[in-house]
Design a protein around this ligand. Structure first.
Ligand code: PGA
Length: 251
């Protein structure tokens, strides 16, 4: 299973900036992308087409959409459909990111609808899960992860190809704070998620990639991705500069 090294650019970069960062990243990785790694970039909507064009034909480099609405088309002002993401060159979509849950108010159920809809539309999905600091301090980590995982995956087909799904464990208190989770906390959460995936997708749950996200930087990537059941990373802040993200991808 290849490690999935994903960049979440959030609401950053104009079209030109997104294109330039993608070009710089591809050239920094030219001939250096390890055979067991894949790169995935989630630009803001405006930058998707430019990034997809810049990475077209580059092996091991894909583009995804940070958001979409779970319908084919219709009266959903301000939204985009999974089909529109595919049309722009996306292979992946992100669901359940903590900023969409906690800032934009998306419920577990809505995240589950989005995940099922995107998969059915032909996108691969990275579903994010993770507890808040309050929930961690209350000893509720496993409970929260179990709920987010089971409701998040409730609508997926029983015979889903596991390579089309990844889970990103992103403790909310570690996102954008510079506070990376301890490796023991990461290992515990990832082992728990692996066991739950195996229970939910018998025979295939071991093949779903589980990424870690939350203040991943070039200097902590290696220790994180060497843990068992860590199959990649989802990076915000440190993915905005091509050099820093290339260092993470090759760490
Ligand atoms: P961060 O963000 O790397 O800036 O902590 C991670 C994320 O939100 O996916």
């Amino acid at each position: 299973m290849k490690q999935l090294m994903a960049a979440n650019w959030k609401m950053h970069k104009t079209v030109d900036e997104a294109r330039q960062t993608a070009i710089d990243l591809a050239s920094a990785l030219e001939g250096k992308l390890p055979a067991d790694r894949e790169v995935l970039i989630f630009p803001a909507f405006g930058g998707i087409a430019a990034v997809a064009e810049s990475l077209a034909g580059k092996p091991g480099m894909a583009v995804g959409g940070q958001n979409f609405y779970p319908a084919e088309k219709g009266a959903f002002t301000g939204e985009m459909s999974p089909g529109m993401l595919l049309d722009l060159g996306c292979e992946y979509a992100l669901t359940g990111h903590s900023e969409r849950r906690h800032v934009l108010g998306e419920s577990n159920e809505f995240v589950g609808q989005k995940t099922a809809f995107a998969l059915a539309a032909g996108l691969k999905v990275v579903l994010c899960v993770g507890e808040t600091l309050e929930e961690r301090e209350a000893g509720e980590v496993e409970q929260v992860l179990e709920k987010q995982l089971s409701v998040g995956l409730a609508g997926i087909p029983a015979d889903l190809d596991p390579s089309r799904l990844a889970i990103a464990y992103e403790p909310v208190w570690a996102i954008g704070t510079g506070k990376v989770a301890q490796t023991s906390d990461i290992a515990e959460a990832h082992n728990f998620l692996r066991a739950r995936l195996e229970a939910k997708m018998p025979g295939r749950g071991g093949l779903v990639r589980i990424l870690y996200g939350g203040s991943v930087k070039p200097d902590n990537t290696k220790s994180i991705i060497s843990l068992d059941n860590v199959n990649g990373v989802l990076v915000g802040g440190a993915s905005l500069q091509a050099k820093s993200f290339a260092d993470i991808v090759t760490a």
